[in-house]
Design a protein around this ligand. Structure first.
Ligand SMILES: [Zn+2]
Ligand SMILES: [Zn+2]
Length: 634
């Protein structure tokens, strides 16, 4: 067995090092190699030698204390509080026994780390737990907190899962002949249920596995395709947390998948938030989803998070790296390296190639690229969006006009992405005294999603990150934002003073936005502003198209006609997707140039139109496949 042989090889290599005596055991933990240590000091002295070993083995090495040397938890906590100066303002200390790690959450992490990490080293020396210091998020997030707890409680189970995954990744390669093929299971010539299967003779990897929330008959990807055999799947690679990319992942675990899901840490947290909300809304609307809460839990225990830039083996012949995609918090462009230099794919997920108030533009430079699979949401010939600065002016102007005539502004927004973009914009308008004293109500999962944003400032643009670090400048903490607590408060807001209401769901496919809409629509003083993509078939798209009488469920479940007299505006330019010009720019800047471009994640004609334009412009092979096609890439 190759994994065992590889372990033997690693053990032999460790024997040759000056820290051999400190290592008590060696094993796999997912894609990484763990050295368990009985003598941490000896390892600390040999930092360079360990790096050398990692380079030689071409593996990520992590160090964990041997469980036998860990100081008792209460004693360890006492020592930490003794050593860390009170100015650090410790907010929490959490022990993770499975990995021998202690997380110190502090308001001033720098103080707890000490100069050049001196304090950390001292803590480790005294208690033998590996200390990790994190910044206390300025807004408490229940999800982040619960995820942390569940990781601790599922520790032993998770360690076993990671051990198995590690052995699978490092299994022996059998095939002599290299080929690569891609099957489209969802999200081809449509937006929603993105799902692709990448196959080589060695491995099967799924890229995203989403749902279409705006559709009943085309909601889920084509997992009935014959090449999909869930127990054989090596891994799922998740680009970002939107439901059209992650919404069907729990189902995989329900039906036999036991492998890992790779994503960034914020993607994991946001995905759990959105999946729980999706389940919740479906239940309330009497819809039965084909999975339950426990399956979302399985996603969590099988999730392996990677930071941008971490090169990671996920199968014997596949190595991936995530890079910033500029779309939402933690969103990734994924670079996939197959075989030893055999083939390279870049899958953009959802892509924004422009500076926004939240993020830097997507990364466009890679070591090698043969095929590019690209987001084509706005790939149509007429999809040129106005400049963001112009869009912002129109948006603020519309808000001001509505408030002046005594109306309310209703903005349907995805909990993740557009909502925070609009919040930062409104706060900056208040700061520069353009708008004043207007309360902004946040309903649905927006507040919780915002809390997760403040927990991961390193994933935001530099400007925003700096504002968040200075507490008094943190735009999300402005007193203009009010979290809506429930139905009673909703009624008060609807009958109350002029205000701005940001509420989910983004395409009006459900959620509290419908309650506001029903009551606010008949009054011409009010305004509905669309700031995000409205999927084909969604209520949002119908209203955008000009429907002025909407049948909706009334108080006692009876259907009633809602008259739309309110002003309806669509402000283009806030999209988290690149428009056609930005997509062209992205490919123009891309280095190196791909030989083949596959256009996905766009309505039917947008994909074909975009593929045709790319072929003309860049003289490369382009494709706009339908769902259930297989393309041989090599
Ligand atoms: Zn998205
Ligand atoms: Zn998407």
């Amino acid at each position: 067995m190759a994994a065992e042989e590889l372990l033997k090889e690693i053990k032999a290599a460790v024997k040759e090092t000056p820290f051999a005596d400190a290592v008590t055991n060696i094993d796999f933990e997912g894609p990484r190699v763990v050295l368990y240590c009985g003598n941490l000091d000896l390892l600390m002295e040999n930092g360079e030698k360990i790096k050398e070993l990692a380079r030689k083995l071409r593996k990520r090495i992590i160090l964990r204390p041997d469980p036998s040397i860990l100081t008792d938890k209460e004693e360890a906590e006492r020592k930490i509080r003794e050593l860390v100066p009170p100015e650090a303002k410790i907010t929490d200390i959490i022990f993770s026994e499975d990995v021998g790690e202690v997380t110190i959450e502090a308001e001033k992490p720098g103080v707890a780390i000490g100069k050049g990490g001196a304090l950390l080293r001292e803590i480790m020396h005294k208690i033998s737990w590996t200390p990790k210091v994190i910044r206390a998020p300025p807004i408490k997030s229940e999800i982040v907190h619960n995820i942390r707890l569940s990781m601790i409680y599922s520790g032993a189970e998770r360690r076993e899962i990671l051990r198995k995954i590690g052995r699978r990744i490092h299994r022996e390669q059998k095939a002599k002949d290299g080929w690569v093929r891609l099957t489209t299971l969802g999200g081809a010539r449509e937006v929603g249920r993105s799902c692709f299967l990448l196959q080589t003779p060695e491995s099967k990897v799924m890229l995203d596995c989403g749902v279409n929330v705006a559709s009943d008959d085309r909601a889920f990807p084509h997992l009935e395709a014959p090449e999909v055999r869930l127990p054989e799947l090596d891994a799922v690679v998740l680009t970002h947390a939107h439901l059209d990319h992650c919404g069907f992942i729990p189902y995989l675990f329900k039906y036999g998948f036991e492998g890992p899901v790779y994503c960034t840490p914020p993607t994991r947290d946001l995905a759990v938030l959105l999946l729980l909300d999706y389940l919740d809304i479906a239940e309330r609307e009497g819809k039965q989803l084909p999975y339950n809460k426990r399956d979302i839990g399985s996603f969590l225990t099988h999730c392996i998070t990677l930071e941008y830039g971490d090169v990671t083996d996920i199968a014997p012949d596949i190595r991936i790296t995530f890079h910033n995609a500029g779309h939402i918090l933690g969103s990734s462009v994924v670079h996939i390296h197959i075989g030893d230099g055999l083939y390279n794919i870049v899958y953009t997920g959802d892509l924004k190639f422009d500076r926004t108030r939240l993020f830097s533009p997507a990364v466009y430079s890679f070591p090698r690229v043969e095929t590019l699979i690209i987001d084509s949401t706005y790939g149509g010939a007429e999809d040129i969006q106005p400049y963001r600065t112009d869009a912002e002016k129109v948006f603020i102007q519309t808000v001001l006009e509505t408030i002046k005539r005594g109306g309310k502004v209703l903005i349907p927004a995805f909990a993740v992405g557009r909502a925070q973009e609009i919040m930062v914009l409104l706060e900056s308008a208040k700061r520069s005294k353009i708008i004043d004293g207007i309360p902004v109500y946040l309903d649905g999962m927006i507040w919780e999603a915002t809390a997760i944003h403040t927990a991961y400032p390193e994933y935001l643009s530099q400007e925003l990150r700096e504002l968040i670090f200075k507490e008094e400048d943190n735009p999300f903490l402005s007193d203009m934002f009010i979290k809506v607590s429930g139905p009673d408060q909703r009624a008060e807001i609807i009958d109350g003073e002029p205000s701005v209401i940001l509420s989910t769901a983004g395409m009006m496919a459900g959620g509290p936005v419908l309650e506001y809409f029903k009551r606010l629509a008949p009054d011409p003083k009010n305004t509905l502003i669309f700031v995000g993509y409205q999927g084909e078939g969604s209520l949002g798209r119908r209203i955008q198209k000009g429907w002025r009488e909407i049948p909706m469920q009334g108080e006692k479940g009876k259907l009633e006609e809602v008259k739309v007299n309110m002003e309806v505006r669509t402000v283009e330019g806030f999209s988290g997707h690149s428009d056609r010009a930005q997509l062209f720019n992205y490919i123009r800047r891309m280095s190196p140039k791909p030989d083949k471009i596959i256009s996905v994640h766009g309505d039917d004609t947008k994909c074909t139109d975009f593929a045709a334009a790319l072929h003309k412009l860049f003289r490369v092979e382009t494709r706009a496949p339908l769902n259930l096609e297989t393309i041989r890439l090599r």
